[in-house]
Ligand binder design. Structure first.
Ligand SMILES: NC(=O)c1ccc[n+]([C@@H]2O[C@H](COP(=O)([O-])OP(=O)(O)OC[C@H]3O[C@@H](n4cnc5c(N)ncnc54)[C@H](OP(=O)(O)O)[C@@H]3O)[C@@H](O)[C@H]2O)c1
Length: 321
């Protein structure tokens, strides 16, 4: 099916639901990476609160199956559109869809994410690591034999978690600026991106100095990470040993959130660690449910005018970057 044919099908779906131009919906939302895990649950909770949600997924079959599960549970105010955050054509197609169907966007939840590693899942399970040890960073040496960073996975991780999020946001900004009460953007981050975890002092300092931080500076940090990755010199040059690409992708995502929040003071733009949640991304090692994991994203997606912006949340509480 061509992109044009697919879009006409999605538009027909919206028309059949009588949603276009329907003022019943005060808010329109897009959630990325929403075919499963925290993203799917975020869509469910937003739809439950009366928001009209576009559930997006890179894989059409997985996305439409997720949509069907929500429709079966009685939630009709959810539609599907394909979105691979790494693909510019796919992003453009989503923007066109939101523009023609809704004319604006009120909420963007950048949830899609990848771990940047290859894992021996049986080996990891056999280690039976306690969640507290896992989160403290002290499990790093324990997992070295079962969690491997490859250049391909690491670069893909940056492209999804950082550049994918940034490209989707930038493409949707003109529609977010049309939101009547100021749009809400939620960047789903991780505690792995907290600054105190970055051994490299210069990077830590650059990312925390919000007065001098720019998108160009963030790009340069990622370029230097990729340089060291390709030279097989990550640890030697002070990057995190545990999930190095994932960690820097989330640290830079947090930094981007702050830069963007300064640039668009009429919006509420925040990032959130969802908690340690039982999903595919951590090979089901997390103790929290997806219902608990989506609470932070949903709270930030629904923040009213005058709410916090440029902040990092640990679930529903403001925390240190
Ligand atoms: N679970 C945790 O404990 C935890 C902790 C901290 C942060 N997070 C963050 O929470 C977010 C959601 O993760 P999760 O725990 O729900 O994991 P998950 O179940 O593995 O979900 C990840 C989602 O991202 C999608 N995705 C990956 N690459 C994509 C791309 N190029 N374009 C569009 N979608 C893409 C996946 O789609 P496919 O099914 O097609 O792969 C999937 O829908 C991520 O940003 C993650 O970093 C999770």
């Amino acid at each position: 099916m061509t992109n044009r044919e697919r879009d006409s099908l999605y538009s027909q779906e919206v028309a059949n639901m009588g949603i276009t131009g329907n003022k019943e919906f005060e808010r329109y939302a897009v959630v990325t990476g929403a075919n499963k895990g925290i993203g799917l649950e975020t869509v469910r909770q937003l739809a439950m609160s009366g928001v009209m949600v576009v559930l997006t997924a890179r894989n059409e079959k997985r996305g439409t199956e997720a949509l069907a599960s929500l429709h079966e549970s009685g939630l009709s105010n959810v539609v599907f559109h394909q979105l691979d955050v790494q693909n510019p054509d796919s992003i453009a197609s989503l923007v066109e869809f939101v523009k023609t169907q809704f004319g604006r966007l009120d909420i963007l939840v950048n949830n899609a994410g990848a771990s940047g590693v290859i894992v021996d899942e049986d080996g990891l399970r056999a280690l039976n690591i306690d969640p507290a040890l896992w989160l403290s960073g002290k499990a790093t040496n324990l997992v070295q034999n079962v969690i491997k960073t490859t250049n391909e996975k690491a670069e893909e991780c940056l492209n999804i978690n950082y550049y994918g999020c940034k490209n989707v946001t930038e493409a949707l900004l003109p529609l977010l600026q049309l939101s009547i009460s100021g749009a809400n953007i939620v960047n789903v981050s991780s505690l792995r991106g907290e600054l105190w975890r970055i051994p490299k002092e210069q990077v830590r300092k650059e990312l925390e100095d919000i007065d001098t931080l720019t998108e160009e500076k963030i790009d340069r940090i990622l370029e230097s990470f990729v340089h060291d990755l390709r030279q097989n010199a990550l640890e030697a040059n002070g990057w995190q040993k545990m999930l190095p690409a994932y960690s820097i992708s989330k640290a830079t995502l947090n930094a981007y959130t702050r830069v963007l929040a300064k640039k668009y003071p009429n919006m509420r733009i925040n990032c959130v660690h969802p908690g340690y949640v039982n999903t595919d991304i951590n090979w089901h090692t997390g103790p929290l449910t997806v219902e608990e994991g989506a609470q932070g994203s949903v709270m930030l997606a629904l923040l009213p005018e005058g709410g916090p912006t440029g902040c990092y949340f640990d679930r529903t509480q403001v925390a240190e970057f």
